[in-house]
Design a protein around this ligand. Structure first.
Ligand code: GLA
Length: 360
């Protein structure tokens, strides 16, 4: 079923946004810190037209489900909540939004930590911007999308995912300072590319545990007398905090330092070591890993041709990312998946063919 078949007339406009994989800088964005995501080839497409009956209608091709918004005081659940959230934040920003027909199709894997929700939000906002000619730039799109996620999906997220969906491409790494929103693109380290493998373990209680980590960080910053943990650069400072805030803060400070080291320009070997250190820190200090992710990361790290590997996204399940020798990605991904599945899991290769731009 296409737009025409569902809504009885052709779409007026169409917009696309990609998912993202974060290479380094995890759980730093809501601490005003630094991140290094890149867009993945998988994308979400939103087609849009005006609705004639005064109600919004959202159709998901993936779910083959149509949600009609009859009551604006009742927030829908599932995919429609993100779209509804985008419309509501636009209204709060002062725009009048007419009743819409929307058709959504996505190849971004859901629940794998690759920001399918940010891709949906950014594609939705882009499509509405186009349809109504709204004077909103790409950074504002990301900010509105983040507000939709916080207020309508209940995740107290930072701005990395929405900025990546709005501004990143698949050929570069996007460096972002989440406090100032200063950003620039970096090439991938020379002769390297990225492999992303899903652990097959869905993220459990991810929202509540994520929000809990965020409040732990806020408390740590308060006790240290700083606006955000980004303002601490020496991990020794975190030793004065009570447990577990000392470990949580040590992760954030060390992770920010790892991202800043990459900014100076590093070899793929060094980048890989920083990714390995990031995983250890997420596992031991931040405690957002699970056994399946540790197993997958260990297999990746022991595979020849892999510079480094770590869990990616919020954790608690989902995918792992590895930096690997360019040209060997297919063989590495296949070999690692076989070994991982032999350990009793059901993983999946998500990104074997990244077309990256490398440093000389
Ligand atoms: C989720 C959030 C992001 C970020 C990551 C962890 O993807 O949406 O804002 O905090 O987790 O780095």
């Amino acid at each position: 079923m296409d737009f025409q078949q569902i809504f009885g007339k052709a779409a007026k406009t169409k917009a696309i946004a990609p998912g993202r994989v974060n290479l380094l800088g995890e759980h730093t964005d809501y601490n005003d810190g630094f991140v290094l995501p890149t867009a993945i080839p998988q994308q979400t497409t939103v087609q849009l037209g005006l609705s004639d009956d005064g109600q919004h209608h959202f159709y998901s091709e993936n779910l083959q489900e149509c949600v009609s918004i009859l009551d604006i005081y009742h927030t829908p659940s599932g995919f429609a909540s993100y779209i509804f959230g985008c419309i509501e934040v636009l209204k709060t920003a002062g725009y009048t939004i007419p009743a819409l027909n929307m058709y959504v199709q996505s190849s971004v894997p859901m629940g794998a930590g690759l920001s399918s929700s940010a891709a949906l939000e950014v594609a939705t906002l882009r499509a509405i911007r186009q349809l109504l000619n709204l004077p909103i730039d790409d950074v504002e799109i990301a900010q509105l999308a983040q507000q939709a996620e916080i207020h309508y999906a209940g995740v107290q997220c930072g701005i990395m995912d929405q900025m990546a969906a709005s501004l990143a491409d698949t050929q570069h790494i996007l460096f972002l300072d989440t406090r100032t929103l200063e950003r620039h693109v970096l090439p991938f380290p020379s002769k390297s590319t990225v492999v992303v493998i899903d652990s097959g373990v869905p993220r459990t209680l991810a929202t509540s545990r994520y929000n809990h980590r965020r409040s732990e960080c806020q408390e740590a910053a308060r006790l240290l007398g700083v606006k955000a943990l980004r303002d601490i650069t020496d991990t020794k400072v975190t030793e004065t905090l009570p447990e577990p805030l000392n470990y949580r803060a040590r992760h954030v400070v060390s992770e920010n330092n790892r991202v800043l080291e990459v900014l100076q320009g590093v070899t793929p070997e060094r980048f890989g070591k920083l990714m390995n250190a990031s995983h250890a820190s997420l596992r031991d200090d931040y405690e957002v890993s699970v056994p399946a992710l540790d197993t997958l990361v260990e297999i990746l790290q022991q595979t020849s041709g892999v510079f480094g590997a770590r869990l990616t996204g919020a954790g608690f399940g989902g995918a792992c990312v590895a930096l690997v020798v360019l040209g060997e990605e297919q063989a590495i991904a296949t070999q690692v998946l076989k070994q991982y599945n032999n350990a009793g899991y059901t993983g999946q290769i998500l990104v074997p063919d990244f077309e990256v731009n490398n440093a000389a």
